[in-house]
Write a protein that binds this ligand. Sequence first.
Ligand SMILES: Nc1ncnc2c1ncn2[C@@H]1O[C@H](COP(=O)(O)OP(=O)(O)OP(=O)(O)O)[C@@H](O)[C@H]1O
Length: 299
Amino acid sequence: MKALHTVSSKKRVLFIVNPRSGTRSKTGIQELIRANVPAEYFDYQIEFTKAGGHAIELSAKAAAEGIEYVVAVGGDGTMNEVAQSLLYTSSTLGIIPMGSGNGLARDLNIPLAAMSALRLLVEGKKICIDSCTLNDRPFFCTAGVGFDAHIGQCFSMQKKRGFQTYVQTTLWEYANYQPETYRLQIDGKWIEKKAFLISFANAAQYGNNAYIAPKASMQDGLIDVCLLRPFPAVQAINMGVKLFNRTIDGSAYMHIWRAPSVRVERKAPAPVHIDGEPCLMEETLTVKVRPNSLNVLVP
Ligand SMILES: Nc1ncnc2c1ncn2[C@@H]1O[C@H](COP(=O)(O)OP(=O)(O)OP(=O)(O)O)[C@@H](O)[C@H]1O
């Protein structure tokens, strides 16, 4: 009877590992989990994804079975796939950041060292955050159109991942990028503007501590709609500095609105990115917030 009680009181955890994310090897992850997750409190399983989209399936099954913690081991793409299946369920998202950008993990102050991130199962707390949708596709960190979507598309075609590849891709593509004109409907008003990029931010950063919406909150029920106007090439380094020192919201080229939804019209179907993952979408985009929709484990 005692043994039965012990087993049933353990929390169940599913680790979903994306072997393709980031640049760090995942070969030692099983050993790391075994060494850092106390078996007296947790029953855990580890699954490796076999392809893009597999994590959606694995985490949906885990949520349906009422598994308490579903832990994404990878970057924002992996996190997005896991988190979308946990929306409005009692399961909680955990993150072991092993991607290239790790935007959501960084924004939530989840340690980048896997061992410390694992300790959150014991020492962390559960919070409920907002998520958003872009034409019904869920996102948790940022989505966007323009230059950042273009970079997302170029990055996905690179053989190598990681921060260095992001920087190289950005510098290379900046020189030839042609900004477009967009129509935006925010708070019932239409605005028409040429933009280098428009980001829809739930979290404050893209990843790698690049802060596109430095004051965004994941618990305010609002999206930070960040429109960066085209800027002269001589300003490019300055804009890069502002992105990393959290002051881009003070730039004369940036305008940020805060709203529960926004509609964007473009001239033709074009790339967007959703938590850094590129995809092609129709010309009209609708972005909406879903307040308090996801439980996450944080420090
Ligand atoms: N087994 C797999 N083989 C190939 N691709 C996979 C596999 N499992 C998942 N994926 C895809 O790998 C892509 C990249 O994953 P992820 O976003 O986690 O890493 P990253 O891009 O390096 O990090 P970040 O998003 O933080 O910059 C995702 O699009 C995901 O769908």
